[in-house]
Design a protein around this ligand. Structure first.
Ligand code: FES
Length: 684
């Protein structure tokens, strides 16, 4: 209870922060005093409405508060005016205007919190806490006075210090060039986009507008891959993704995989600069496209975060990647980098936008792996988790609270449907799921774009629109695993003949066999089959992946892990059972295999929305132990043993609980076709 002599008690929800403040204190000032997260752009001038609160009246036994009807001051003229012109939702007050007169409980709605939690829709994904580096603030700047000479920028800096307690602000030359007309146009009232990150560097003015600017600021989270570039335009106040777009990485014309791009740089003087210019141009176009799609001005994009592998990292920043092509794989720098968009010549966004590139873990384990670590947090896991980001190159992390290890393994593009005879990218018409009846050896499948299985009524008509065009990455994994389960493929990876398997779907293909999934040739369509060459390509890819994981397990001195997280766009589509039949991942109970979606992209968004996350990942990467697969002799042993399906020596007890693999062998010649394959190293 309050009496006239005690200061009123104020309790803020949902934070639960409470304390006594002098009668007459504005709610915004009380919030600041008690460390409550309440937003403000106009600094309490009653014009931005970011400070809206919802006071609650009555008895609150839980808080020990009785809030009388007069616990806040009456509506004042500023609130009345705001409500009349722009409308204030029922039950809301402007925190900068309403004054505390008695004990009160005040709720701060999510939209009034700067550091709100953005709850992601998919349960498997992390929530993002908002704490962006850039925010809007309104300032009143003193007019110049001939008798007290000072520059316009110095008076702006002083205003920021006095009105927002922001000291030592800096600005680029291009901002200074805009300053004078904007100050005068705004009659000495301006809104600035102020960037202040976790590094302790001086705050920086990125943009300035006359008068009050309320519209959102945006950032780009960019996952710069060797094949594709994915960008998400993100509202820096709410964390919501406003628009997303992807583009092919134009560097593909210089080389399909990473090593061929490094070779291009080695063989062609100026080749690195050519690739740098190409990717920067593509990023600029992507930014421009996103801004146009969202209907915003490019100047509103004030930040960009990049995640990428080390070669992409170097080529983006204009560093020659040659050293990354040879041991000891030295990076120019592994630290996180902050710079301006104009330093990279990036178009399509504010030229003063701050660019943040996540740190690299090591020469072959890049900022993309760091982003996966940020998103999946293996270092906070109580149990031992293996995180696998499957792409052309697999990034592998193994760890728990005691220690995290990382490596990258050259799986090649087979998991993405490339180098597969009937392979194609995941697009309508591609076979993505497949089952083979172990008795009849007949397949049934589903194609992207059609909900029915191929043996269900209506499939033919439905597939008429998409066609049945090929087999995508997840489809080839299921096909090979199903062939193994149906006894069409032996443990060494050999496909049996029609006579050996009893199905005419096994057809000769040169000196080896192929299994026909779909014969569309009569109607002028493709013959979709899995050939011995396809099996070999998948074996090489999965062996590289498994060997990488095993190497990390050796380092931790363990034979098993507690759970597996499959990350990457492709990881989201892999069936855990089939991945385990193939022996792509170590044996764990199936319900311990989860998908994390595009974890690198999520990591980029987290870093974009929260500067604490940047500090966290910079500290984390220093503690991650890097294991180099390219020079580790045991990698070769693990690779050879992993060529068998699922594995030559490692037991898969969890797998055998749910699947019994036929004990077949199709090696009639003793020809050395033992499936061990030859190790092929590829970095891409
Ligand atoms: Fe801007 Fe209250 S702080 S209206």
């Amino acid at each position: 209870m309050t009496d006239a002599t005690t200061d009123p008690l104020v309790v803020f929800t949902p934070s639960g922060k409470r304390g006594r403040v002098a009668r007459g204190t504005p709610v915004l000032a009380a919030a600041r005093k008690l460390g409550v997260d309440l937003d403000s752009v106009c600094g309490g001038r009653g014009i931005c409405s970011k400070c809206q609160v919802a006071p609650a009246y009555g008895d609150f036994a839980k808080h020990g508060v009785h809030a009388g009807a007069d616990a806040l001051s009456e509506w004042n003229a500023v609130e009345e005016r705001y409500d009349r012109i722009r409308g204030l939702p029922k039950g809301r007050r402007l925190g900068c205007q309403a004054q505390i007169q008695g004990d009160i409980v005040i709720d701060v709605p999510p939209e009034s919190q700067v550091h709100k939690q953005v709850v992601r829709k998919a349960a498997t994904m992390r929530d993002i806490a908002m704490n962006p580096a850039t925010r809007l603030v309104l300032v009143e700047v003193e007019e110049p006075d001939m008798h007290v000479p000072s520059g316009d920028f110095e008076r702006l800096a002083r205003a920021l210090k006095e009105q927002w307690q922001v000291e030592g602000v800096t600005a680029d030359l291009s901002l200074l060039a805009r300053l004078q007309p904007v100050l005068r146009k705004g009659s000495w009232q301006v809104t600035v986009a102020l960037y202040h990150d976790h590094t302790g560097a001086s705050p920086r003015i990125v943009e300035i507008w006359p008068g009050l600017q309320e519209g959102p600021l945006y950032g780009l989270a960019i996952d710069l891959g060797s094949t594709t570039i994915a960008a998400h335009l993100t509202d820096l106040a709410t964390g919501a993704v406003t628009a997303s777009a992807g583009a092919m990485n134009p560097q593909i014309r210089f080389g399909e995989d990473l090593m061929s791009r490094v070779s291009y740089a080695m063989m062609n003087p100026g080749g690195d600069a050519e690739m740098t210019a190409a990717v920067r141009e593509a990023i600029g176009q992507l930014a421009g496209k996103l801004a146009a799609e969202a209907g915003i001005e490019a100047e509103r994009i004030v930040e960009t975060v990049f995640v990428c592998n080390p070669v992409m990292h170097h080529l983006l920043l204009g560093f020659d990647p040659v050293e990354l092509g040879q041991a000891p794989f030295a990076l120019v720098t592994s630290n996180a980098i902050t710079l301006a968009a104009s330093d990279l010549g990036l178009r399509g966004l504010n030229p003063r936008a701050r660019i943040y590139v996540l740190p690299c873990i090591a020469g072959h384990v890049g900022a993309d792996a760091a982003a996966v670590a940020l998103s999946e947090q293996p270092g906070r896991s109580q149990d031992l988790v293996l995180v696998v980001d499957v792409g052309t190159n697999a990034e592998i992390l193994l760890g728990d609270t005691s220690r995290v290890l990382a490596c990258s393994s050259p799986t090649g593009p087979a998991f993405e449907g490339a180098q597969i005879s009937s392979g194609q990218r995941a697009a309508p018409g591609a076979i993505e799921r497949i089952e083979i009846d172990p008795a009849t050896k007949e397949p049934r499948f589903r194609v992207i774009g059609v909900d029915l299985w191929s043996d269900e009524d209506g499939f033919t008509e439905a597939a008429g629109k998409t066609g049945i065009t090929g087999i995508c990455g997840s489809g080839i994994i299921e096909a090979v695993a199903e062939m193994r389960m149906a006894g069409l493929l032996d443990g060494s990876g050999l496909i049996g003949s029609a006579a050996q398997t009893g199905t005419p779907r096994c057809i000769p293909d040169g000196r080896t066999q192929a299994y026909v999934i779909w014969d569309g040739t009569e109607a002028g369509g493709p013959l979709i089959s899995v050939t011995q060459g396809d099996i070999r390509a998948i074996q090489l890819a999965k062996s590289a992946l498994y060997a990488g994981a095993r190497l990390l397990m050796d380092e931790r001195n363990v034979d098993k892990v507690d759970r597996v997280v499959l990350a990457g766009a492709f990881g989201a589509h892999i069936s855990p059972k089939h991945a385990m039949v193939l022996g792509m991942i170590p044996d764990v109970p199936l319900d311990k295999v989860t998908s994390a979606g595009n974890a690198a992209g999520t990591g980029a968004r987290i870093a974009l929305c929260n500067i604490d996350a940047r500090a966290e990942i910079e500290a984390t990467v220093r503690q991650i132990t890097k294991v180099e697969t390219a020079i580790e002799p045991k990698f070769q042993d693990h690779f050879v043993a992993a060529n068998a399906i699922p594995h030559k020596t490692d037991p898969f007890p969890e797998l055998s609980k749910i699947v019994s693999l036929p004990d077949v062998s199709f090696n009639t010649h003793g020809s050395g076709e033992d499936g061990s394959g030859r190790r092929r190293r590829r970095r891409s």
